[in-house]
Design a protein around this ligand. Structure first.
Ligand SMILES: NC(=O)c1ccc[n+]([C@@H]2O[C@H](COP(=O)([O-])OP(=O)(O)OC[C@H]3O[C@@H](n4cnc5c(N)ncnc54)[C@H](OP(=O)(O)O)[C@@H]3O)[C@@H](O)[C@H]2O)c1
Length: 375
């Protein structure tokens, strides 16, 4: 297979003065080590976490584009409050794109890597927003016959996160879940997983159209935070499912608090004697996204048996026994175009990412508006 000597990659750099600079760099095509492969990228989704790295929390609405001898450079101001968290990336031109799909065009000497040569795979590992990406053989999922690159482009992050939520629920002794921003691409996958596996799921959305979308998928418990009856609806749905664990993608404002308070009301036995310490039923909210950047506000009416913590896919995967990871990945491969299907509204090229109109639209993270980069 011919592999060009150089390749183009989308890069994001934050300057010490507080500016993010997004550009296309031409770099040497990476050489695989024994356990690595080089994938010719054919499709890569624009996920919220990719936007976090690409934009460094800058507002794309206020971005500008400058011409340089190497091509266009998009620049925008990083919010001052975010600069301390950027310290470890200052002045580094970072590749972007957590996952994608494409064809393996070069492989290291190990049998696992050689076995992938010429195959179309979904992959994770960074640098997916480029013509070629270097990753490990272990981070590749050979796509089933007939699956397109678009089918496999989002086969890691959201599918494994949806399954990871269910695994975490079981591991920590809970039996049903609450999920927020539930009409997201990930939320739709989780809704299908919970239906297939007969797990109670309370889907929290913020607009009536999102509730309709989930009900059309078959979701049984959908509550809309914009409804006047939100808190009573939430308590009722939690009571019906027995959900005492929540995964919260919003991660700001009062939603986590509302969920804990609703859980406490739902699990309180009306005939039990009053306790000023609340119930002893463990209630857990895992914040796994930052869609709302305000502080989390906890209004405590939920006793003392509760927790709010962070949840991230990579540490979860690192804690998973290998057999379990194999089981999850083979389920994703066999249900790639059903349970774990992603739909993309627009395909854009690497060059178009540097077009301000396109970048602003791709950065919106609105329901059903996921973009696919096709290098
Ligand atoms: N921790 C991890 O390891 C991990 C892994 C994978 C994904 N994630 C997170 O999972 C979330 C979903 O990802 P995705 O790719 O499925 O996203 P997506 O398809 O782009 O959907 C984003 C959803 O969030 C909603 N939303 C945006 N801002 C909101 C806010 N302030 N309050 C309530 N809802 C809001 C949008 O609804 P509207 O149309 O109403 O805006 C949309 O339904 C993201 O937060 C992502 O970062 C985390």
């Amino acid at each position: 297979m011919t592999v060009p000597a150089t390749t183009r990659q989308l890069r994001s750099l934050v300057t010490p003065e507080g500016q993010v600079r997004i550009s296309l760099a031409t770099v040497d095509t990476p050489q695989p080590r024994p356990h690595q492969v080089v994938v010719r990228v054919e499709a890569a989704p624009v996920n919220p976490s990719d936007l976090g790295l690409l934009l460094a929390l800058a507002d794309p609405g206020a971005a500008e584009v400058d011409d340089s001898p190497e091509g266009p450079v998009v620049t925008a101001s990083v919010p001052e409050a975010a600069m301390p968290s950027m310290r470890a990336r200052l002045d580094q031109s970072l590749p972007v794109g957590n996952e994608g799909a494409g064809t393996v065009v070069a492989a290291g000497d190990s049998p696992e890597a050689q076995d992938l040569l010429g195959k179309r795979v979904g992959f994770s590992g960074g640098g997916a927003y480029g013509e070629h990406a270097l990753t490990t053989a272990q981070a590749c999922l050979p796509l089933p016959d007939g699956a397109t690159a678009a089918d496999g482009a989002a086969s890691f992050v959201n599918p494994l996160t949806a399954l990871g939520m269910v695994e975490t629920m079981r591991r920590e002794g809970h039996t049903a879940l609450v999920h927020t921003a539930a009409a997201s691409n990930l939320g739709q996958m989780l809704a299908r997983v919970c239906l297939a596996d007969d797990i109670g799921l309370v889907n929290v959305v913020r607009r009536p159209e999102q509730a309709d979308l989930l009900r059309d998928l078959g979701a049984r418990h959908v509550v809309d935070s914009s409804a006047a009856t939100f808190m009573t609806d939430l308590v009722e749905a939690i009571r019906a499912t027995g959900a005492t664990m929540a995964f919260d993608a919003v991660g700001g404002g009062r939603l986590a608090s509302d969920i804990l308070n609703a859980m406490e009301v739902a699990v309180t036995d009306p005939d039990a004697p009053y306790s000023r310490y609340g119930t002893d039923v463990p209630k857990q909210v895992y914040v796994y996204g930052s869609l709302d950047r305000r502080p989390i506000e906890l209004r405590r009416g939920f006793g003392f048996s509760w927790g709010v913590g962070g949840w991230l896919l990579m540490p979860f995967l690192a804690s998973l026994p290998v057999d379990d990871l194999v089981r999850l990945r083979s389920r994703i491969a066999s249900e790639l175009t059903t349970t774990f299907a992603s739909s993309f509204t627009e395909e854009i090229t690497l060059d178009q990412v540097l077009d301000l109109d396109v970048l602003r639209r791709a950065a919106r993270t609105s329901t059903g508006e996921k973009f696919l980069i096709v290098p």
